[in-house]
Design a protein around this ligand. Structure first.
Ligand SMILES: [Zn+2]
Length: 277
């Protein structure tokens, strides 16, 4: 079996997530109890909802009213924090809530299943590929082509004489070309290691060439970032690629320093934000 079963390839109509970040939920100052109401109570309820001690519906009984449901939630929280279960939101409870809310939320799957659909690709088969020899895909390697000429890059990777290829190439206009099927081993990484361990990176990775001269001065285009986000988001989700296995060629090439792609001006943070990691 060279790739993961197709059963997980569920068609989805989900649209990519918009990056609207919710405002951070923080703990209100101490000194709230049954019978209180107002924005501070609402803030407390938001915190308790976020941490799972009460539901949104329970908190929605009024505009920030500290009733018996809120009291019960405070007690549950206090019990979990090994505090006296008074139901009163005092200093100790406020300090514990502040700490609990500051913690990163339990690691959730960075990309929800079905969030990314496979972007449209233009088929441009390359003969420069072979079998994955049973390896599962668990890595994505990004490259720059080293020119700003997508047509030339594409022709080169489709030329049997070049003996190079990638699974995908992203042109400057954001068009995505598929040269080698995901199920095949494309020839892009050369001698390589992953996190310091020598391995057949080509066999276990999807290689993506981004058309860019690699000077560090030529900006990767908006269209490329958009297409790349959709493509990498999809591939990560489809093959359950861990976030730290989304790497650049320069990170895996052996010996160290053999490769410098993608160029230093490639915005990793923008990609990572786009795919939710
Ligand atoms: Zn490369």
């Amino acid at each position: 079996m060279s790739i993961r079963p197709t059963a997980s390839r569920v068609a989805s109509t989900a649209t990519p997530r918009t990056a609207a970040a919710a405002p951070a939920i923080t703990a209100p100052p101490a000194g709230l109890g049954k019978g209180d109401s107002g924005p501070k109570v609402k803030q407390l309820q938001d915190g308790l909802v976020k941490l799972g001690y009460m539901t949104k519906a329970q908190a929605a009984t009024g505009p920030g009213t500290f009733g018996s449901l809120t009291e019960a939630a405070v007690k549950k929280f206090q019990a979990a924090q090994k505090l006296p279960t008074t139901g009163f939101y005092g200093d100790q409870t406020a300090a514990a809530l502040k700490k609990a809310l500051a913690k990163p939320t339990t690691p959730t799957t960075p990309t929800q299943p079905g969030k990314f659909t496979k972007p449209a690709v233009i088929s441009a088969p390359s003969p420069n590929s072979d079998s994955r020899n049973g390896a599962d895909i668990d890595t994505i390697v990004l490259h720059h082509t080293g020119t700003n000429n997508g047509k030339g890059d594409l022709a080169w990777m489709r030329d049997p004489a070049s003996k190079v290829s990638a699974n995908y190439m992203l042109d400057t206009d954001g068009k995505i070309y598929q040269l080698v099927g995901d199920d095949k081993r494309a020839w892009h990484a050369g001698k390589a290691e992953l996190h310091g361990v020598p391995t057949d990176v080509n066999a276990r990775s999807i290689g993506i060439e981004i058309v860019n001269d690699g000077s560090g001065k030529t900006a990767f285009t908006d269209a490329q970032y958009k297409a790349l986000t959709q493509l990498v988001g999809y591939l990560k989700q489809e093959y359950k690629v861990p976030a730290n296995n989304i790497v650049g060629h320069k990170d895996v090439a052996v010996p160290k320093g053999r490769k410098d792609d993608p160029a230093a001006n490639f915005d990793w943070a923008r990609l990572r934000k786009g795919i939710g990691t």
